[in-house]
Design a protein around this ligand. Structure first.
Ligand SMILES: CC(C)(COP(=O)(O)OP(=O)(O)OC[C@H]1O[C@@H](n2cnc3c(N)ncnc32)[C@H](O)[C@@H]1OP(=O)(O)O)[C@@H](O)C(=O)NCCC(=O)NCCS
Length: 172
């Protein structure tokens, strides 16, 4: 099936919580992370705000069905990916990679310094995937404030600190 990746519009917001919930089902394959599949996801209202004030791209098929999204925010000329989700039924077809590429292309066109994110070091579809796309694990000292704050919030949320890392894709 063919998909396009495009900027999200307000009318897309309602579909995004179900996509994030479905995407997280993948974590049930790791007993130590299965609980993530039962945690809260961003609401449609939060997505509406992000669509207006941040950057959201969606992957849509020929039947106008949304299969995935990526949400990013600007921090001092860095584009930070806050969330990437592809519905379980559509995973493994390259949509995650296409969504990340859309964010990278935007950052390049805006002459931003880097694309950043936080993720699991040891989950196959997390850090190893981003490394294959050129992201590099950032040293814990000297992290930009938005990255150390994101890691801190994740620990408060119950993530094991040693399993999380920040990553950067330098664009300069
Ligand atoms: C991460 C995610 C968005 C990737 O979506 P996707 O559409 O399956 O992505 P792709 O098909 O482009 O695959 C991306 C890479 O992950 C790997 N991958 C995907 N699913 C995988 C799985 N179940 N097991 C191992 N590797 C997997 C692929 O091999 C691919 O690597 P490559 O492009 O270098 O070959 C999806 O797995 C997801 O929604 N996961 C749950 C939420 C999550 O972890 N989000 C990221 C938070 S940082």
């Amino acid at each position: 099936m063919s998909f396009v990746v495009r900027r999200a519009q307000q009318r897309d917001a309602a579909a995004l919580p179900a996509i994030e919930r479905s995407a997280a089902e993948l974590f049930r394959t790791d007993p130590t992370l299965a609980w993530l599949a039962d945690t809260d996801v961003a609401s449609a209202a939060q997505h509406r705000q992000a669509i207006d004030h941040g950057h959201v791209w969606v992957a849509e098929n020929a039947s106008a069905q949304l299969a995935g999204f990526i949400r990013a925010l600007d921090f001092n000329n860095l584009l930070h990916i806050e969330e990437l989700s592809v519905s379980l039924a559509f995973q493994g077809q390259g949509l995650g990679r296409q969504l990340v590429l859309a964010a990278i292309e935007h950052a390049r066109l805006q002459h931003m310094h880097a694309v950043t994110l936080t993720t699991f070091r040891d989950v196959p579809w997390n850090a190893p995937f981003y490394e294959r796309m050129g992201f590099v694990v950032a040293a814990a000292d000297g992290l930009e404030a938005h990255l150390s704050e994101a890691l801190q919030k994740e620990v408060e949320h119950g993530f094991a600190a040693e399993r999380r890392c920040a990553m950067r894709l330098p664009l300069d």
